[in-house]
Design a protein around this ligand. Structure first.
Ligand code: SF4
Length: 223
């Protein structure tokens, strides 16, 4: 994909009464283009394009690395073991999965679940940027090293990045461990373990989301 479809029109300059219709039209155009995209080599081996899932009017958005085998099979993000753990973490923190939006840096599965190559992330970036622009989240959670480095343009590792708030284009960004990393550590309750740290992080996210929702119910996207 060579061009962000939202660049064709300046969404936020459009009168409010026409904005929702334009936004929906741009969203559908973006999803449709992705569904048949062949802009990078991952298109050759994918079964499904996993565009994303959830409430695309939510103020809270999650970005992971890329689809795995279960996601490639079903066309849905975060549905395998790691996805089920993410759903559990969200639920434990009082966040309903269907009330947030979840996607990945690349929309097609890298073979053998390898890390996406920079050129693949770059080819897919217009979709991610369009999704972020159209959803207009107040909070962006980056799951794992790949989205954290990609969005924040840093070389710092996820261990140093996680648990800290960053301001990125006016959005509050929180990097967290990817749930697949947490699956490697069964000692969930041990203080300082990856699962324990993730529990602290998601509670921070929930706290900020509550603050956002209590101050911005006008658009009603979180209702
Ligand atoms: S990963 Fe992204 S850029 Fe590559 S083929 Fe899939 S949708 Fe297109």
């Amino acid at each position: 994909m060579s061009k962000d479809p939202t660049q064709d029109k300046i969404l936020w300059d459009v009168p409010a009464e026409k904005r929702d219709a334009l936004r929906l039209s741009l969203w559908n155009t973006c999803a449709e283009r992705a569904s048949s995209c062949t802009s990078c080599a991952l298109s050759a081996t994918r079964h499904s394009v996993v565009f994303g899932e959830g409430d695309n009017r939510s103020r809270l958005m999650f970005v992971g690395e890329g689809p795995g085998a279960d996601e490639d099979e079903t066309g849905r993000p975060f549905v395998g073991r790691a996805g089920q753990l993410l759903t559990q973490i969200l639920s434990a923190a009082g966040i309903e999965r269907e009330k947030v939006y979840i996607t990945n840096v690349v929309k097609c599965r890298p073979p053998n679940n390898r890390t996406p190559q920079p050129e693949e992330s770059s080819a897919c970036d217009a979709y991610l940027q369009a999704q972020i622009q159209l959803i207009n989240p107040a909070i962006l959670v980056l799951l794992g090293s790949t989205p954290a480095k990609w969005i924040l343009k840093t070389t710092e590792g996820i261990t140093r990045l996680r648990g800290r708030w960053f301001d990125w284009r006016g959005i509050s960004v929180m990097p967290m461990f990817h749930p697949s990393y947490l699956l490697r550590y069964p000692d969930g309750k041990k203080t300082g373990s990856p699962k324990h740290l993730s529990w602290l992080d998601i509670q921070e996210v929930k706290k900020k989301w509550d603050e956002v929702r209590s101050g911005t119910t006008k658009r009603g996207e979180d209702e």
